[in-house]
Ligand binder design. Sequence first.
Ligand code: ADP
Ligand code: GLC
Length: 468
Amino acid sequence: MARILMVASEAAPFAKTGGLADVVGALPRALAELGHEVAVVMPRYGNIPTADMTHAWGNLIAYLGRHAISADIWTKQERGVTFFFVDTPWLYDRFGYYGHADDHLRFGNLCLNALNVIRFLWRPDVVHLHDWQSALVAPYLKTRFQMDPTFQGIRIVYTIHNLEHQGRLGKALFPELGLDSWLMQMDFMEYFGDVNLMKGGIVFADAITTVSPRYAAEIQTPEFGFGLDGFLRAYSGKLRGILNGVDYREWDPSIDTHLAAPYSSEDLAGKRDCKLRLLRKLGLPEENMDRPVLGIVSRMARQKGFDILSEVAWELMNDDVCLTVLGSGEKRYEDLFRNLETAFPGRAATFFGFNDTLAHEIEAGSDIFLMPSLFEPCGLNQIYSLRYGTIPVVRATGGLDDTVDGETGFKFWGYWPPDFLLAVRAALAEYKNPEAWQARMRRAMSRDFSWASSARQYSGLYRQLLGR
Ligand code: ADP
Ligand code: GLC
């Protein structure tokens, strides 16, 4: 068994903006259950209290160009996993986890302190990095600290959760990363004149993974490569897809404490109570109990397919459906849902913001879940939907294609509004036949995407890298 240190910018239950947090919250625990020792290093954002933590180390200095940044390390055990929190309040105690002008310092400090954790507190066999925020650990280990005996033999796994966000910085910031200038070449971290942090992870990792097999193939094509497809093709020998799992302790309608009533494939009755509570909560009239309720829980970003949804939304609403939405993000998409509420009063409601309970209630209370993504590395909500018997209508891309099939959901292929509309209409037609619909719900609910099988694949990868 191995010692695995994960480095990430978010992990449930401490900090979450999307699926990355679900994965870093659940994968370590699944690996621990297989017998590995697992730790996670993440920032201590302002909303994470230290009251129940132990102060593990004080005044560590990270040298980033002309900056010398001080940090404390706090630690806590959470469900069999050791968490280390890097505490530098002036960097992390802010509104919003990302999008600050000094993100290179915020995440450079995270990465250098991950190395401090290794040096002083917890030496792993493998460091497992996630997305651009932790990518710098790879070039630090393989260049700046290459000769340091502390780090000899540590293997690096780099997981890409979303290729759209690469950590791109103006080249004037490169000296503030504390890396040698030769890395500012096209074969390393230079990207169209800028710095690209993700490229550092890709080049220096011993293995690269992404979160579904389909997405692993897609990102090597110009359509999905966000400018890095050629670069990834060059490293395809060390790239593979491992599908995310989901945590059924959090996402299962038979034990979900957020719900009005529990239900399961043996006894679906509670789902109607969940539907009623959802309608009431969103201020929608009870007459919608007789309509199919469509659900969406999503970041409101281009990735999620809102451009094609907006083309057909009016036609779709005219099919006498009810729409419930939870999300926030780009104004143009938020406006789409505001306009739908005005145009179809009593049949469309959106909650703008982040709300974990409502996310569970929409999964349980709606009949059909919409995910027409432009691209989707894995996607978790469609997998939650399957377990909640809320039939997903998805575009066949990335993890959506790998997790939904014709038996459990409805798929369409082209990123093309009429195809999306056709797929939703196929679902609506079947919904009118309760027998066929319930059979589909039961098939969906019986599919198993628990972490155990994904964790075993990561485990195999670590073993392979360690030659064990
Ligand atoms: P992504 O990471 O691209 O946003 P995923 O489907 O992998 O997409 O994961 C999204 C996660 O974030 C899910 O757990 C989902 O329930 C949650 N989520 C997304 N938007 C919201 C929101 N507005 N409120 C609560 N949870 C949300
Ligand atoms: C990213 C992707 C999403 C994936 C999640 C967790 O946020 O957009 O598809 O499920 O990471 O890996």
